[in-house]
Design a protein around this ligand. Structure first.
Ligand code: PEP
Ligand code: MG
Length: 899
C-alpha cells in the first residue's frame, strides 16, 4: 500500500524527491532539534496522482486524518475547536524551489465560531478577525477561484471609508465586517458558502496546492529554470504560529551569508508584528535583521545560534524564514539559499578555507553559467553621471533598457527586440513573464528578500529594489524622483551591483574577471577583488582535474591570442571563409566567374599570399599548440552579391535607358547559375573542393607555406587540415590525396618537411554512421554539432529558430533549443556511434567538437562522458568550458550536489 503522508519527525533532507525541498528541510530541522512548529508533508507522489486522475489517491484522506489526530493530540487542541482552535497552514513545496509560484493557504480551522475562541485565547480580537479575513480571502481566491482583485477592492473600499492609510488602522469591528463582505462576495461569485467545516477547508486547500503546480506562472518559471513538468509539488501542513500578535511578535527572513556578495555576517529582514507573507511580498518595508538584536535580544541570539548550526550542518549558505510569536522563536523554513554568481564563487572558496568542504566540492558548487555572468561588462564608475536614484543592490550586473511599467508591456516590447527595464512598486508572481522579458527589474519597495529580489537573483537578472525615492505611477506610465519625471520608453541604466539607477545608457567596462583572464589567468596581486581570487582558485582546481582539452574557434591572430590568454590549448576550428571577405571578395568573385583555367589560376594566385599571411599570424599566436584549419565550407554564392539586389539594379539601369555594366551582367548570370533552393544542403563543404579545380590546392599551399615560413623563423607551428561536410570516405580519400600531394610539393620547394595531419568534420548523420570507414582516411574527427543538429533534426536553423521554436518550447517538445544544448538522445547518439566506430578503426583517433555546443555547460558534460579529447568554443567561452570540463570530471565521483 503506497504511503502518501510523512510526519516532520519521519523525514529528512535526503527525501527531497518525495517530500519536496521545503518538507525535506523542515524534517531535517526537526531532526536537528530546532524549534519547528509540528506538521506533516503530503508527498509529491500524491500530487502526481491528483494531477493525472483529477482526484486524490485512495487512502490519502485516512492518512491525513490519522496525522491530524496525532498533531491534535500533541497540541492538546483540535482543528477549529470553537474555544481554542488548532490552526494550520498549507503550503506548496516542490523538489526545486519555485519562489512564490504556487499557492499557500493560512489559518485553516477558522470559522464563524472558532474566530471567537481565537480572540479569547489570544486576548486579541482584532488579530483573530484579521486572521479570519486572510483565510477567507486566500481560500476564496486560491481554492474557489475568485479573482483576488475583488477582495483587494473590498479591502481598499473599507480603508477609504475609514480613512485608514493602511491595514493596521482597521479595528476588530472593521475586520469582522470585512469577513462578512468577503463571505457574501464568495456566495455571489460561486453560489457556494465559504465552508465552515475545518476538515473540508484542509482537504480542499491540499487539492488547491496540488493544482497550483500547473498555474501559468509556475509553468513559465519551470520552463525558464529547466525544471521538469512532471515532478509535482508536495504539500506541507503545519501548525500555525503567529508573527502578528503584537510588538513582541514578528516575522523575518535571514541568510547565513550575504546572498549578493557571499560575505559572512547577519543578513536579512525583519518585520515586527507581521506574518511571513508580509515580509516576502515587500508590501511593507522591513527593518534590517540586525535591529532584532535591540528589539528582542534573546530571540536574536537564539536565531544566530540556529543559523550557525544550519551552516555547519548543510555546509553551505542557508536561507531561513522564521517567526517570533510573543517572544518565542519558530523556524518555518530553511534551504540551501539561492545566490548570485559572485556569491557562489566567493562562498565556495571561503568554505574551503573554513575547512567545511573540499576543493572538489567547491568546484561542484559553482557553474560555467555563473562564470559567464561574472564576465559580463559592468558600468564604468569613473564616467557615470549623477545617479537618478539609489536602492538596494539586490541582484548584480549592469543593464540598460527602456522603462516599462507592466509585465505585458515588457513582454510586448521584448518580443519586438527592444531591451526593457521593468519598473514596479513591487512585483508579484503575476509579473513573472515581464521579469523574464526584461533586462532588469527596478522596484520602489521591498528589501533583499522581496519577491523581485529573490526571483531576479534566481534568474540572474539585474535588480535594484526598494528605491524609495521613486514615485511609481503605473497608471500614468511614469515615475518621478527628485524632480525628474521618467516616462515609459525612456532609456535608463540599472546597476544591480551598486544599487543605483542612471538616466540614459551609461558606459560599460570589462568586468574584473575578464581582466583577470586577459592577464593570462594571473591575479593582479594585492588589492585584487575577492571574487577574482575565488575564480582563480576554482579555475586552477578545474584545470587540475579535467580530462577534456579546451580549444577555441578563432580565425584571426587577435582572437587566437585572446583565446590563448583565456587558457585555450589550441584552435579547434579556424574557419577560412572569414578570410575571403572585404577587399578579397573581388578575388573570390574572379575565381567563381573565371571561364578559363588561366583566369581561375590567376585569381587563386592572388588569394594565395593573403591566405598564407593569415595563417602565419594565427600559427604564430598559437605557436606550439595545434591549429585546426578547415578548408572552405560555405556555398560560393555567399561571396557574390545578392541576387535580387543585383537584378533590381540592372533593371533600373535598363529602365533609365543607360548601358548595363557588362561585369554586372556577368555577375548576375553567375548568381543565377549558382542559385540554390537549399544552400545548406547544396554545393558546399568538401563538395566545393571536389568540383572547383585548384581551390583545395591553393588553401593547402597557403597553409603549408605558412608552416614552412614559421618553422624557418624558429617557430613551432602545428597546423592540422580539416575537411568539412564529408558524407562518405570516398570524398575524403580524394581530397586527402590532393592535400598530401601539395604538402610534399611544398616540402620539396621549401626544404621544410611539412606534415599536417588531415582529419574531417563529422557533421552529417551519414558521416557519423560510417565513421568506422571514414576513420581509415582521417587522423582526427571534429564534430560539427551545428550542422549535425540541423541535419539530424532536419531543421534549417535560421528558419526554425525564428519561426516556430518558441511554440515548440511552449508545448514542451523540448525544454531547451537543441542548438543551445546538445540533444543527447538523437545527436548525442550519433556522436557515441561515431566515437566508438572511429576508434575501433583507429585507436589513436583524436576527437573533438567545434560546434557551438563546445561552450555549453551541459553539452560539455556530455562530451566528457562520450570520451572526446577536447571541446572547442568561442574565445570568450573558453573559461566556461574549462570550468565545466573540471566539474564534468568530478561528476559521479562524490555526492554530487544536484542543485
Ligand atoms: C558546425 O557545423 O558545427 C560547425 C562548426 O561548422 P559551421 O558552424 O561553420 O557550419
Ligand atoms: Mg558546419
Amino acid at each position: 500500500m503506497a504511503r502518501y503522508v510523512y510526519d516532520f519527525t519521519e523525514g529528512g533532507r535526503e527525501m527531497a524527491d518525495l517530500l519536496g525541498g521545503k518538507g525535506a528541510n523542515l524534517a531535517e530541522m526537526t531532526r536537528m532539534g530546532l524549534p519547528v512548529p509540528p506538521g506533516f508533508t503530503v508527498t509529491t507522489e500524491a500530487c502526481k496522482v491528483f494531477l493525472a486522475t483529477g482526484s486524490e489517491p485512495e487512502g490519502l484522506d485516512r492518512e491525513v486524518a490519522a496525522r491530524l489526530a496525532a498533531l491534535e493530540e500533541a497540541a492538546g487542541r483540535t482543528l477549529g475547536r470553537p474555544d481554542d482552535p488548532l490552526l494550520l497552514s498549507v503550503r506548496s513545496g516542490a523538489r526545486f524551489s519555485m519562489p512564490g509560484m504556487m499557492e499557500t493557504i493560512l489559518d485553516i480551522g477558522l470559522n464563524d465560531e472558532s474566530v471567537k475562541g481565537l480572540a479569547k485565547v489570544t486576548g486579541n480580537e482584532r488579530f483573530a478577525f484579521d486572521s479570519y479575513r486572510r483565510l477567507v480571502q486566500m481560500f476564496g481566491s486560491t481554492v474557489m477561484g475568485i479573482d483576488s482583485a475583488l477582495f483587494e477592492g473590498e479591502l481598499a473600499r473599507l480603508k477609504r471609508a475609514r480613512n485608514a492609510p493602511d491595514d493596521l488602522h482597521l479595528d476588530a469591528a472593521d475586520l469582522a465586517g470585512l469577513v462578512g463582505t468577503y463571505q457574501e462576495l464568495i456566495l455571489r461569485e460561486t453560489g457556494e458558502e465559504f465552508p465552515q467545516d475545518p476538515v473540508e477547508q484542509l482537504r480542499r486547500s491540499i487539492h488547491a496546492v496540488f493544482s497550483s503546480w500547473n498555474v501559468e506562472r509556475a509553468r513559465i518559471y519551470r520552463r525558464r529554470e529547466h525544471i521538469p513538468d512532471d515532478l509535482g509539488t508536495a504539500v506541507n501542513v503545519q501548525t500555525m504560529v503567529f508573527g502578528n500578535l503584537g510588538q513582541d511578535s514578528g516575522s523575518g527572513v535571514a541568510f547565513t551569508r550575504d546572498p549578493a556578495t557571499g560575505r559572512p555576517g547577519v543578513y536579512g529582514d525583519y518585520l515586527p508584528n507581521a506574518q511571513g507573507e508580509d515580509v516576502v511580498s515587500g508590501i511593507r518595508n522591513a527593518i534590517p535583521l540586525a535591529e532584532l538584536q535591540r528589539l528582542d535580544p534573546a530571540s536574536y541570539e537564539e536565531l544566530c545560534g540556529h543559523m550557525r548550526a544550519l551552516e555547519d550542518h548543510y555546509r553551505d549558505l542557508c536561507d531561513i524564514e522564521f517567526t517570533i510569536e510573543r517572544g518565542k522563536l519558530w523556524m518555518l523554513q530553511t534551504r540551501v539559499g539561492k545566490r548570485t554568481a559572485e556569491a557562489a564563487f566567493f562562498i565556495a572558496h571561503q568554505l574551503v578555507d573554513e575547512g567545511l568542504i573540499s576543493q572538489d566540492e567547491a568546484l561542484e558548487r559553482v557553474s560555467g553559467e555563473g562564470l559567464a555572468r561574472l564576465m559580463f561588462p559592468r558600468f564604468d564608475s569613473e564616467s557615470v553621471a549623477e545617479p537618478l536614484a539609489h536602492g538596494i543592490p539586490a541582484s548584480p550586473g549592469a543593464a540598460v533598457g527602456a522603462v516599462v511599467f507592466t509585465s505585458a508591456e515588457a513582454v510586448r516590447r521584448a518580443a519586438a527586440g527592444e531591451k526593457v527595464v521593468l519598473v514596479r512598486q513591487e512585483t508579484t508572481p503575476d509579473d513573472l513573464p515581464g521579469m523574464v522579458a526584461a533586462q532588469a527589474i527596478l522596484t520602489s519597495r521591498g528589501g533583499k528578500t522581496s519577491h523581485a529580489a529573490v526571483v531576479a537573483r534566481g534568474m540572474g537578472k539585474v535588480c535594484v529594489c526598494g528605491a524609495e525615492a521613486l514615485d511609481v505611477d503605473p497608471a500614468a506610465r511614469r515615475f518621478s524622483t527628485n524632480g525628474t519625471t521618467v516616462t515609459e520608453g525612456t532609456v535608463i541604466s540599472v546597476d544591480g551591483t551598486q544599487g543605483v539607477v542612471h538616466l540614459g545608457a551609461a558606459p560599460l567596462v570589462d568586468s574584473e574577471v575578464v581582466r583577470y583572464f586577459e592577464n593570462h589567468g594571473q591575479p593582479a596581486g594585492e588589492g585584487e577583488q575577492p571574487v577574482v581570487d575565488a575564480v582563480h582558485r576554482l579555475m586552477q582546481q578545474a584545470d587540475a582535474v579535467r580530462r577534456l582539452g579546451v580549444r577555441a574557434n578563432a580565425d584571426t591572430p587577435e582572437d587566437a591570442a585572446r583565446a590563448r590568454r583565456f587558457g585555450a590549448e589550441g584552435i579547434g576550428l579556424c574557419r577560412t571563409e572569414h578570410m575571403f571577405l572585404g577587399e578579397r571578395r573581388r578575388l573570390v568573385e574572379a575565381m567563381i566567374l573565371a571561364t578559363t583555367d588561366d583566369g581561375r589560376d590567376r585569381a587563386l594566385a592572388g588569394l594565395l599570399p593573403l591566405q598564407r599571411q593569415d595563417f602565419v599570424g594565427i600559427l604564430e599566436a598559437m605557436d606550439g599548440l595545434p591549429v585546426t584549419i578547415r578548408l572552405l565550407d560555405p556555398p560560393l554564392h555567399e561571396f557574390l552579391p545578392d541576387r535580387t539586389e543585383l537584378a533590381v539594379r540592372l533593371a533600373a539601369t535598363e529602365a533609365h535607358g543607360d548601358a548595363k555594366d557588362p561585369h554586372e551582367v556577368e555577375l548576375l548570370e553567375a548568381v543565377n547559375r549558382m542559385h540554390e533552393e537549399n544552400p545548406m544542403l547544396g554545393l558546399r563543404g568538401v563538395r566545393l573542393g571536389l568540383v572547383v579545380p585548384g581551390l583545395v590546392a591553393m588553401q593547402v599551399r597557403a597553409i603549408a607555406e605558412a608552416v614552412a615560413e614559421r618553422r624557418k623563423a624558429g617557430g613551432d607551428p602545428r597546423a592540422e587540415i580539416m575537411v568539412p561536410l564529408v558524407d562518405t570516405v570516398e570524398e575524403l580519400r580524394i581530397v586527402r590525396a590532393e592535400v598530401e600531394r601539395v604538402l610534399s610539393e611544398v616540402s620539396e620547394e621549401t626544404g621544410v618537411t611539412v606534415d599536417c595531419p588531415v582529419g574531417t568534420m563529422i557533421e552529417l548523420p551519414r558521416a557519423a554512421l560510417t565513421a568506422g570507414r571514414i576513420a581509415q582516411e582521417a587522423r582526427f574527427f571534429s564534430f560539427g554539432t551545428n550542422d549535425l543538429t540541423q541535419t539530424t533534426w532536419g531543421f534549417s536553423r535560421d528558419d526554425v529558430e525564428a519561426e516556430f521554436f518558441s511554440a515548440y518550447l511552449d508545448q514542451g517538445i523540448f525544454k531547451v533549443s537543441p542548438f543551445e544544448t546538445l540533444d543527447r538522445e538523437g545527436v548525442g547518439r550519433l556522436i557515441e556511434i561515431a566515437v566508438a566506430e572511429g576508434r575501433a578503426t583507429r585507436p589513436d583517433l583524436k576527437i573533438g567538437v567545434c560546434g557551438e555546443h563546445g561552450g555549453d555547460p551541459d553539452s560539455v558534460h556530455f562530451f566528457h562522458g562520450a570520451g572526446l579529447d577536447y571541446v572547442s568554443c568561442s574565445p570568450f567561452r573558453v573559461p566556461v568550458a574549462r570550468l565545466e570540463a573540471g566539474r564534468a570530471a568530478l561528476e559521479g565521483t562524490q555526492g554530487s550536489d544536484s542543485r
